[in-house]
Design a protein around this ligand. Structure first.
Ligand code: CUA
Length: 187
């Protein structure tokens, strides 16, 4: 190759490197901008606290025994849904919550990692054995939604889902009696 040929190909290589350098820098800038936007605008933060629980005794004692699962109106008026995931179902199978009311979820898993999302709402969490997942959200629309498991948890993963019912606030409060756990599982 002639002297000029070598120079020309070097120039092409330098230009290509510079082009990719700029593209990569732009990607990094976009990712950082997204992080700043979501943390400031949506207040989405990494979990600030870790709550642990022994997955081997969930069904025997404590907050996640079967009789304590479902939706409760606590003494202070807060609406709390407690649920347990296991291969391959959620307990309770149908959750009942009021519309236009802050609802706090408290969930965990008794075996492997599961997760759930409620329809097209922002209610979305991972349920990890040994840890309690908790978040609060408000459902604006009454109606029924599906609540599938969204973490691959084994061969039955695709069949793992629960139903989710949002009812008008007055209807829910009329059903809620002190200390009772509400679900929409047919009895
Ligand atoms: Cu449970 Cu996938």
């Amino acid at each position: 190759m002639s002297e000029t040929g070598t120079h020309a190909s070097e120039a092409v290589a330098v230009a290509a490197e510079r082009r990719w350098g700029i593209i990569v820098a732009l990607i990094i800038v976009v990712l950082i901008a997204m992080m700043i936007f979501t943390s400031v605008h949506w207040a989405s933060m990494p979990p600030s606290r870790v709550e642990t629980i022994d997955p081997r005794t969930l069904h025997l004692s404590g907050e996640f025994v079967e009789s304590n699962l479902g939706t409760a109106v606590e003494a202070d008026g807060k609406v709390v849904v407690r649920l347990v995931a296991q291969q391959y179902s959620f307990e309770p199978q149908c959750m009942l919550v009021p519309a236009d009311t802050p609802v706090t979820f408290r969930g965990t898993s008794s075996d492997v990692v599961h997760g759930f999302v409620v329809g097209t709402t922002n209610a979305n969490a991972m349920l990890i054995p040994g840890f309690v997942a908790t978040f609060t959200t408000t459902f604006r629309k009454a109606g029924e939604q599906l609540m599938p498991c969204h973490e691959y948890c084994g061969t039955g993963h695709a069949a793992m889902w629960a139903r989710f019912q949002v009812v008008p606030q007055q209807e829910f409060m009329a059903k809620a009696r002190k200390g009772e756990r509400l679900t929409c599982v047919p009895r």
